[in-house]
Design a protein around this ligand. Structure first.
Ligand code: 2BA
Length: 147
């Protein structure tokens, strides 16, 4: 049974909680695994979006995907990094949410995903919604309604 108060939060659109695209570290299709490794290392994020030249979402890239691509039988083949394109190793199975979607949908999805990629009506990448932001909102709401 969902309380009336919680219903308000769950029905809220996610748009105001989104970390906008210009603040999100990303790589573009055609970029090399070497470039992606630099971005992941410098930002410290474990996984980042891959976009096309028109800013449409194409996939996700993590350090693990890069490591697996250069893992030889005996050693890690670092020399392969400049020749591997991110779009050949990225994960195309992405958790996507629309700007108009509700907090409830986001809450359901962040149970299994550390962050959700947000797209606008045209499918252009708008930013991300992180588990941290969702939990912060939930905490604020719980404390407020307990008083
Ligand atoms: P992770 O990189 O595995 O980060 C897990 C959590 O560690 C983050 O949770 C955040 O609380 C903290 N953290 C990691 N790197 C950080 C940094 N450079 N500055 C501040 N805090 C950092 P969330 O904030 O919920 O983020 C969940 C996931 O969303 C991150 O997983 C990352 O894959 C992605 N992400 C978050 N912000 C991003 C951004 N600006 N650009 C690209 N990806 C981002």
């Amino acid at each position: 049974m969902i309380s009336t108060n919680s219903k308000d939060l769950l029905a809220m659109p996610i748009s105001e909680f989104v970390i906008s695209s210009e603040k999100v570290a990303h790589v573009q299709i055609g970029n090399s695994a070497e470039h992606a490794l630099l971005v992941l290392t410098r930002t410290g994020y474990s996984s980042i979006p891959v976009l096309d030249l028109k800013y449409r979402l194409q996939g996700l890239l993590s350090m693990k995907m890069i490591t697996e691509a250069i893992l030889g039988l005996e050693h890690i083949e670092y020399e392969k990094l400049p020749d591997i394109k991110v779009d050949t190793i990225m994960d195309k199975n992405i958790a996507v949410i629309k700007l108009k979607d509700t907090f409830q949908r986001a809450l359901d999805l962040v149970i299994n995903h550390a962050f959700l990629c947000v797209v606008d009506e045209e499918g252009t990448f708008a930013g991300i919604l992180t588990r941290r932001v969702i939990l912060k909102q939930l905490k604020k709401y719980i404390y407020k309604t307990e008083k």
